[in-house]
Write a new protein. Sequence first.
Length: 382
Amino acid sequence: MSGSAKRTGAHQKVAPPAIEGEALLNALPHPLLVIGAGLAIQYANTAAEDFFGMSAGVLCRNSLTEMVAFGSPLVALVEQVQRNGTTVNEYGVELGSFRFDAPKLVDLYGGPVAEAPGRVLVMLQQRSMAQMIERQLTHRGAARSVSGLAAVLAHEIKNPLSGIRGAAQLLESERANPDDRTLTQLICVESDRICKLVDRMEIFGDERPLQREPVNIHDVLDHVKQIARSGFAREIKIVENYDPSLPPVPGSRDKLVQVFLNLVKNAAEAIGEDRADGQITLTTSFRPGVRLSVPGSQARVSLPLEIAVEDNGTGVPSDLMPHLFDPFVTTKPSGTGLGLALVAKIVGDHGGIIECDSRPRLTVFRALMPMSEVEIAPSGEA
């Protein structure tokens, strides 16, 4: 008997320490709300405090209708759960609130609390980061498609164009007729224009690995700002909002200058020359916890450095947003639609992702980049 008892005791497992329910809810990364009678907010976890930008105590002194925009789908979802007592999910919902600068795209999950009739548990899952990564992978695929096309164009178009241009110049030198000379000059001009377009596309075909070095992103942005202020953005206010403690980016300084010069130039063109209140804001910040899965492996890359270019221009048309980084997509009458595709390629080559949020008077391009493990010595140090 005693031996049996000893054997049983030897195989007993020690129970883990109990964890309170509220501690578990606060550990969740998604906002949780409990809504009661009269749509009163009765509970909010830590993620909900971050989401709405206010404490749980303040949230719980308000009703749901006071926290979200009039006619919000979230209110309709809660009322449906209270009415039918069943779980309701909605995906891709734009949630507006006076606490937000712009509506947030979220998935909504609502269900009844069995132990408390009339109460509804709501979970919100913000979709922006997931969509950012998904769309960025699409952008990279589009850039790779252009890479193959660029290689064909370089070989199959530039060589014949050289022959056409040479023949036109020969005709121009042999013929004195002004009308013929005008036509041959037109041929030369258009041939040169096509060559320039092909030259731009050849950049997409450059698959050579980057020569990486630690790059101070603030030096890059200051250089871009200097170019902008002395040229295309001399009438536009450029504001800096930098995190001075940001570590360096591993990559090519020249290519990063190309990326942010393109973004700042686009911002200036969106604002226009006639706006007296035009403003471009350059922002850098550290965002730990942002990770990207590498396709084809189990590796996850950390992308904690955020560099943003914001403008108060006309905004990007909503129908172009899903295709903004695709080749040949542009709103400019004389644009080629290769600038943002090239930006997406260069950022992707650096191991980062780029995304755009836009509405009238507020467009933000955000590049999320990896950080270098090698520190840059401060200016003046050997």
